[in-house]
Design a protein around this ligand. Structure first.
Ligand SMILES: Cc1cc2nc3c(=O)[nH]c(=O)nc-3n(C[C@H](O)[C@H](O)[C@H](O)COP(=O)(O)OP(=O)(O)OC[C@H]3O[C@@H](n4cnc5c(N)ncnc54)[C@H](O)[C@@H]3O)c2cc1C
Length: 169
């Protein structure tokens, strides 16, 4: 998913799950914003305390050194450009990092694509087209976009087996 203020954006399992809804919203003219909690294991107060302790006890020559070991380097570089003024502002930023969705990444980089042949045009007991007899469909060419966890592969295999068996009959 592409977001503002970034060369590329965010990715990963949770983003894959959200991307269909977020991108559909953006493409229909709505605003989609994602709020990331970068430290779900800490409360905002715990985080603030942690950052204050690090600043007081570590010899820090560069601002980004404060976060070494807490966040990936590239993320630290991006976040400090937002210039939070103190530990309170950093803790708030890390607990509620707001990113505005611009669009999905390119089709070439997609793992799953939504859209395609509508299921309403298919007899799902056989996977045969309702429009053209003898034509069967399976997998991702159909408008099925499943959750992460192997469900897209499962759909491809199961619908493929069904389409194949039905066509053979
Ligand atoms: C990087 C990546 C990671 C993924 N990870 C997961 C995952 O972890 N879990 C999960 O469930 N899903 C995952 N997916 C999605 C999953 O792989 C697809 O949903 C699934 O493979 C779709 O199966 P399919 O048979 O419909 O299409 P495809 O697997 O795309 O197969 C279509 C085949 O048709 C061939 N073909 C195309 N045009 C022609 C033509 N004109 N003539 C002859 N052959 C042609 C292609 O070469 C290809 O071999 C991932 C996808 C990608 C890209």
């Amino acid at each position: 998913m592409c977001i503002r203020d970034s060369d590329y954006g965010i990715s990963g399992i949770a983003v894959f799950q959200l991307s269909i809804a977020a991108v559909q919203a953006v493409r229909t003219g709505k605003k989609a914003e994602i709020i990331l909690d970068l430290f779900p294991q800490y409360t905002e107060n715990d985080l603030q305390e942690l950052l204050e302790n690090r600043r007081n006890t570590l010899k820090i020559s560069r601002e980004e050194d404060l976060f070494t070991g807490l966040l990936p380097d590239r993320m630290i570089k991006a976040l400090i450009t937002k210039k939070p003024k103190d530990a309170v502002a950093y803790a708030r930023l890390f607990k509620e990092l707001k990113v505005t969705v611009q669009d999905a990444h390119s089709f070439e980089r997609a793992q799953v694509a939504s859209g395609g042949i509508s299921l309403s045009d298919i007899d799902t007991k056989t996977m045969q087209s309702r429009k053209i007899k003898g034509l069967y469909f399976a997998g991702e060419i159909l408008d099925v976009c499943a959750h992460c966890g192997g469900y897209n592969l499962q759909w491809a295999w199961s619908s493929g087996a069904l389409a194949g068996r039905s066509a053979a009959k």
